[in-house]
Each structure stands twice: as structure tokens, then as C-alpha cells.
Design a binder for this molecule. Structure first.
Ligand code: HMG
Length: 408
């Protein structure tokens, strides 16, 4: 574990959507026992994007408080990880760069490998900081998870963005070496370019995830990683929160440990609070698990956290982080709870209309309906160009259009 002492997460902030659909409403609509959602998959509600929200507005909303606190000095790279991209060419991070007023002396790039993309972004960011410790990297993971209406995946949708500032002398979590990595060519979940919604082989995807847990852990130990008992908690990718439980039982089994449910609960219990009410946020999910853990745990100073990042298709990585003394002073617990609590519940008809909504793709001048009370919104689609707007305040503030950006 050489050369890993000083680089990691300096700040972490997340944002989610304007609306929320409770699973009680979904269960009533589908005629399903709500226990299937609450107990079976461990989901209580799902974030639903307003017509004027997307990965850019959520990404900017997550990153803005980080720039407010730390400024942009030293940020020469922005990596935007997503699998719900809004453009086949231009990086979504460029719109965020513009909305946040970041300096032109910045490289901005978008990264994709299903839900794993943000972990690749984080590891690349760590590498850049090791090369020049004066630099900091802004990593943004943002996704809107969308499956077909009335499909089994529908109950696992969600949306959120996590922004992370990666730097030397981190205030929250040091990222350790080594990593265990794993790739297998499987078609468990995918989204062809011509589709808005993902395709998935549900049970196969669960099996592929479990194999990836074994594969990445095996490589982690072969690379000289820590023993299972050295970890205080485990943050898993959570497409639905019960998946983390399946994965951890698999890992315990694989390591020859008895599957003791009390231990499983202890290892994971605090990591599911945000994902269980936000739904699958794809790239952001594993870092939403970290936010929930840090925001709720009594004191994790000096303790080790295991991260298991999985992205269908498939790529996985297991790595460790150590929580830094004084981390609690830098948390954004109140803002995170507010981001979740402030969402407006919608009924099934409104959710369905939002699910089906899309701005016309005819190249005309189309204003997006004004729905979000968030700090950034998609204002229009004009000549095939997306136009974003800063609304002039935080959630619930009035909405003067202070600044617009086509970022191009
Ligand atoms: P399904 O067929 O509707 O549900 O789809 P089920 O019949 O398998 O039931 C789910 C669980 O609820 C089962 O528990 C039932 O027993 C239980 P399990 O056997 O799994 O322990 N159950 C109940 N429990 C209590 N009370 C009840 C009750 N009824 C049933 N009354 C499925 C479930 C997850 C397949 C579906 O939601 C789906 O296709 N989701 C999308 C795919 C997915 O999330 N896959 C996860 C692994 S892949 C991944 O993580 C990557 C991903 O994030 C994408 C990316 O990387 O980009 C998806």
C-alpha cells in the first residue's frame, strides 16, 4: 500500500431532483404488494426529474457548493461520469463548467462505463493529483435511470448527482492503493444509442454483479489488499439497496466467512439511507452510499471503508479508503437531508407524464416547461442546442434568469 497516504476526497456534495414517487403509489398502481418493494428490493421512493432537469442541472447543483467553499484555484480538470448522456459528442461537463464560471484553463471530459464510470473518474483524478499535488480534480457523477414503463426495472429507477473534489491532503477520505479490477463481456444491461430507456436481463444482471464482486475481490487480494476484517463498512453500488446485501453475503461466502446477518447489517446498514429513497442513480450510487455512511456514522476517524463499484457490461473495482481525522467538520449532512426532504411527491399520472416527456427534436425553438425550483434548469432547446439557465437561487428561491448558457 505504497504512496497512498495523501490523495483522496476533499469534499463531497450531492443533488437530486424536484419530484419523488413513493413506492406505495407505484405498488397501488401496479397491484403489487408494497412489501416486494420495501422488503424485497429495499426501495421506498424514487427521484423523478422535472421536465427542465437533467444530468447537467443536477451535476451543476451538486458541484456549486464545492466551488463556493473551495473556489476554483487548482482545478484544471473536470471529469463528468454518466451513462445518461445528453449529447453524443460534447461533454456534459462543459455546460457545468460554464454554469459554474470555471476558468478556461481547464480540461473537461465525459466518461462512460455504465454505473462504474465515476470510479474510473475518481481513480484517474487520483492519478492526476499524484502527478501534480498542487492540482485538484472535480469529479461529477450524474445520471437519470430510466427503464420502460411497466417493466420489472421500473421500480428501481431514480436520479441524482454526486460531485467530489479530489486533491492532496484530503479532508474526508484517503483513497488507498491497490485496487482490484475486473472486466467481463456480458449483456446484462445496455442502452443502444437509439433508445432513451435501458434494456436489462434482470436476473442475469444480478448474477453478473455477483461474479464481478468475486472477480474484483480476488484481484484486490492478489494485488496485496487488506483482509476483510480490516473494514468498518462497505459501500456497494446499489441499483436497489437489497443488491448490496446480496453482494456482501456473496463476498463473505467467497472469503470463507459465515454469513452472519448481524455482521452484514453492521457492515452495510448505514450506507443505504439515501439510495433507498433516491433509487438507482447509476454512476452516483456508490458515492451516495458513502455520503449516507459519513453523514450517519458516529465516528469513523481512521477507519477503513471498502468500495465495490459495479457497472453492467461489465466492469467492477474494489478499493479501500481511510477516513481522515476531523472529517465531520466538512460534511454536508444538512444539505443532503434537505435535498431529499424537499422533493415534491407526485402521483402516478404525473410521474408517467414526466417519464414520457421529451422536448421536440425538430430543431425548432422550444422552451422547457418551468418546473424545477433548483439552482439550474434546462431553459430551452433551440436549433438542436440545449440552453441552460441559472435561476438565481437555491431550492425554493424565485427564478430570475440570471445567466444563460448554451455552453457553445
Ligand atoms: P422482479 O422480477 O420484478 O422481482 O425484478 P422478483 O420477483 O425477483 O422479486 C424481487 C425480490 O422481492 C425477491 O427477493 C422476492 O422474493 C422479493 P430475492 O429473491 O431477490 O431475495 N419479494 C418480496 N419480498 C417481500 N414481500 C413481498 C415480496 N414479493 C417479492 N410481497 C429485478 C427484480 C431486480 C430483476 C428488477 O427490478 C430489475 O430488472 N431491475 C433492473 C436491473 C437491476 O437493478 N439489476 C441489478 C444488478 S445490475 C447493476 O447493478 C447495474 C445497473 O445499475 C446498471 C449499470 O451498471 O449501468 C442496473
Amino acid at each position: 500500500m505504497a504512496n497512498d497516504s495523501a490523495v483522496g476526497l476533499h469534499d463531497l456534495s450531492f443533488a437530486t431532483t424536484e419530484f419523488v414517487l413513493p413506492h406505495t403509489v407505484l405498488a397501488a398502481e401496479k397491484g403489487v404488494d408494497v412489501g416486494k418493494y420495501h422488503k424485497g428490493i429495499g426501495q421506498w421512493s424514487m427521484s423523478v426529474a422535472a421536465a427542465d432537469e437533467d444530468i447537467v442541472t443536477m451535476g451543476a447543483a451538486a458541484a456549486a457548493p464545492i466551488i463556493e467553499r473551495h473556489g476554483s484555484d487548482g482545478i484544471r480538470t473536470v471529469i463528468f461520469a454518466t451513462e445518461s448522456s445528453i449529447d453524443q459528442s460534447k461533454a456534459a461537463g462543459i455546460y457545468v463548467h460554464s454554469l459554474l464560471g470555471l476558468p478556461s484553463a481547464t480540461r473537461v471530459v465525459e466518461l462512460k462505463q455504465a454505473c462504474y464510470g465515476a470510479t474510473a473518474a475518481l481513480q484517474f483524478a487520483v492519478g492526476l493529483v499524484r502527478r501534480d499535488p498542487a492540482q485538484r480534480v472535480l469529479v461529477i457523477a450524474a445520471d437519470v435511470s430510466k427503464y420502460d414503463l411497466d417493466s420489472p426495472g421500473e421500480a428501481t429507477q431514480g436520479a441524482a448527482a454526486v460531485a467530489m473534489l479530489v486533491g492532496a491532503g484530503p479532508a474526508l477520505v484517503r483513497i488507498e492503493e491497490p485496487s482490484g479490477v475486473y472486466t467481463a463481456d456480458v449483456m446484462d444491461f445496455w442502452r443502444p444509442n437509439y433508445r432513451d430507456t435501458a434494456l436489462v436481463e434482470g436476473q442475469e444482471s444480478i448474477g453478473a454483479y455477483l461474479l464481478a464482486v468475486e472477480g474484483s475481490w480476488k484481484d484486490y487480494t492478489e494485488q496485496g489488499g487488506r483482509a476483510l476484517d480490516e473494514f468498518a463498512a462497505f459501500c456497494y453500488h446499489q441499483p436497489f439497496t437489497k443488491m448490496a446485501y446480496k453482494a456482501h453475503r456473496q463476498l463473505l461466502n467467497y472469503c470463507g466467512h459465515a454469513v452472519d446477518e448481524e455482521r452484514v447489517g453492521r457492515d452495510l446498514g448505514l450506507t443505504t439511507a439515501y439510495n433507498s429513497v433516491v433509487g438507482n442513480s447509476y454512476t452516483a450510487s456508490v458515492y451516495l452510499a458513502l455520503a449516507a455512511l459519513l453523514d450517519q456514522a458516529d465516528d469513523l476517524t481512521g477507519r477503513r471503508i471498502g468500495f465495490l463499484s459495479y457497472g453492467s457490461g461489465s466492469v467492477a473495482e474494489f478499493f479501500a479508503g481511510t477516513v481522515v481525522p476531523g472529517y465531520r467538520e466538512h460534511l454536508r449532512t444538512e444539505a443532503h437531508r434537505e435535498a431529499i426532504a424537499r422533493r415534491e411527491p407526485v402521483d402516478y399520472a404525473r410521474y408517467r407524464a414526466l417519464h414520457e416527456y421529451a422536448l421536440p427534436a425538430d430543431g425548432g425553438d422550444h422552451r422547457a416547461p418551468a418546473q424545477t425550483t433548483g439552482p439550474y434548469r434546462l431553459a430551452a432547446l433551440r436549433g438542436h442546442k440545449r440552453v441552460y439557465e441559472t435561476t438565481g437561487g437555491g431550492r425554493g428561491a424565485s427564478r430570475p434568469s440570471a445567466r444563460t448558457s448554451t455552453a457553445g
